[in-house]
Ligand binder design. Structure first.
Ligand SMILES: [Zn+2]
Length: 383
């Protein structure tokens, strides 16, 4: 063996090892990063292995949710419909599904949701048909509400269609005056009890020995139960004028019923008796007023002679003016006379009442309560 002895080439050896290591690493990396050919919405692309459907689509191409639309096709809320759909090879898939070579990725927008339509029956209350001008309000015919079928969107409330099933027939109401034989009248006093006038009026009535009807406000009843007790004990009729004197033709039925019921409860708490007659504040009559009174088992009584003791149009009325107003002309038998024992200074009323009662008695008049007058007239109470 003759030949030159070569020192091993350490450097070459090192390079060789590095090259192999590098080759291994690169091939390994190449395997991991082998691009995956797919088709996204018709466009051929390559994505890294392991890419999800959502990632492959990228931000701008995610499927859009549908809208919430109304029955007319107008958008109520964009994006509030069904969610958008991811498609992998034509089939719905999870956005997290991984793509494979040759996959076809697409999206489909979510369906719109048309708001639910409900069909309901709508009742339009019968309008009131009022005739006459007497003191007693009598219901001749309850009437029928109009029945209409309405289809509407639940979200918008928009009406899609409606069809009237039956037409309304009116609530027929009559104000009647009972013409009684002889000479009988009813004294009614509104808006009390109040101090000091209610007591003064009670003194007058006691001195003359005549009954009256007190249409009391519930709030006053609750505040002055002692006066209410005295009214009851002295044989007068307790009647209902609502609680707060706020009702009018526009009041809804529930509100009126509550005012009547609250006042009746206050009267009952003070005296143990309830009320059966209701007089709306200001004599306001409406279908709601009539129905509320019926529901609360009260009859409505108004008046046919107004003393105008409440009117300040020409300054506070004098006792003379009140007296003249009531007695000129003399009231017909069966008349219901309107006075006030509350709601202001009623001194003139107290004075006038004393004189009016004496004059009427001198002329042969008798005084009764509303219930007595109605019974004498043959009105079936409680029916
Ligand atoms: Zn009143």
């Amino acid at each position: 063996m003759s030949g030159p002895w070569h020192r091993p080439d350490w450097r070459g050896g090192c390079f060789g090892f590095l090259a192999v290591a590098l080759a291994c690493t690169v091939s390994f990396a190449v395997v991991a990063a082998v691009p995956v050919p797919i088709t996204i919405m018709g466009e051929r692309v390559e994505v890294p292995a392991g890419t999800t459907v959502a990632a492959a689509l990228g931000e701008g191409r995610q499927p859009e949710a549908g809208d919430l639309i109304d029955v007319d096709g107008e958008i109520l809320e964009a994006g509030a419909g069904m969610p958008g759909v991811y498609l992998l090879n034509g089939l719905q898939c999870s956005p997290d599904a991984q793509v494979r070579p040759g996959d076809y990725v697409d999206v489909r927008p979510g369906d719109d949701i048309v708001e639910t339509i409900v069909i309901e029956e709508q009742l339009t209350p019968a309008p009131m048909e009022l005739r006459g001008s007497g003191s007693f309000v009598v219901v001749r015919d309850q009437g029928q509400p109009a029945r209409t079928t309405v289809s509407r969107g639940v979200v918008t409330g928009r009406v899609l269609g409606q069809e009237e099933r039956t037409t309304a027939t009116p609530l027929s109401v009559m104000r009647v005056q009972y013409r009684l034989s002889g000479k009988r009248v009813v004294l009614t006093l509104d808006d009390g009890p109040s101090r000091p006038y209610t007591s003064q009026i009670l003194d007058v009535l006691k001195a003359e020995g005549v009954p009256a009807v007190f249409f009391m406000l519930g709030a006053n009843v609750a505040a002055r139960p002692d006066l209410v007790k005295r009214i009851a004990e002295e044989g007068h009729e307790l009647a209902n004028h609502g609680y707060s004197h706020t009702l009018d033709e526009q009041s809804d039925q529930a509100e009126i019923e509550e005012e009547i019921a609250k006042t009746a409860r206050a009267v009952e708490a003070a005296t143990g008796s309830t009320t059966t007659w209701f007089r709306p504040p200001g004599g306001a009559l409406s279908a709601n007023m009539v129905r509320a009174a019926q529901e609360q088992n009260h009859r409505i009584a108004l008046w046919n002679v107004d003393s105008l003791d409440w009117s300040t149009a020409r300054g506070r009325p004098s006792a003379d003016a009140i007296e003249a107003r009531v007695l000129n002309p003399m009231p017909e038998s069966g008349s219901v006379l309107l006075f006030h024992d509350g709601g202001g200074n009623r001194l003139a009323t107290v004075q006038a009442l004393s004189r009016i009662i004496r004059t009427l008695k001198d002329k042969g008049y008798e005084f009764c309560t509303l219930t007595q007058l109605a019974e004498a007239a043959g009105l079936r109470l409680g029916s």
